[in-house]
Design a protein around this ligand. Structure first.
Ligand SMILES: [Zn+2]
Ligand SMILES: [Zn+2]
Length: 88
């Protein structure tokens, strides 16, 4: 076996995953929460307290075009991003 092949064949330990922390909790030095998802707008991790889960329209195929699905999907958005989305 060549050295390249043996290097590829060497099993590596899978790193232990640690709990993912909410960005806003991290800035507030809170450690009692864990992330529930990724903000659909900014991509930061967010927790239940710092986010909203809101309905999201989905376009589906309809003939040669597309139409809005009768059922909403959902998306998670951090409070900061939701405030920006709904500001007038
Ligand atoms: Zn949080
Ligand atoms: Zn965001």
């Amino acid at each position: 076996m060549s050295s390249v092949a043996s290097r590829w064949a060497t099993p590596r330990p899978i790193p232990l995953l640690t709990a993912m922390e909410c960005y806003d909790c991290d800035t507030e030095a809170r450690t009692d929460t864990s992330a529930i998802g990724v903000c659909d707008r900014c991509g930061l991790l967010t927790c239940q307290d710092h986010s909203f889960v809101v309905p999201a329209g989905v376009l589906v195929a309809n003939g040669l075009g597309r139409t809005l699905s009768p059922l909403p999907a959902r998306r998670v958005v951090r409070r900061t991003c939701r405030a920006a989305e709904t500001a007038r």
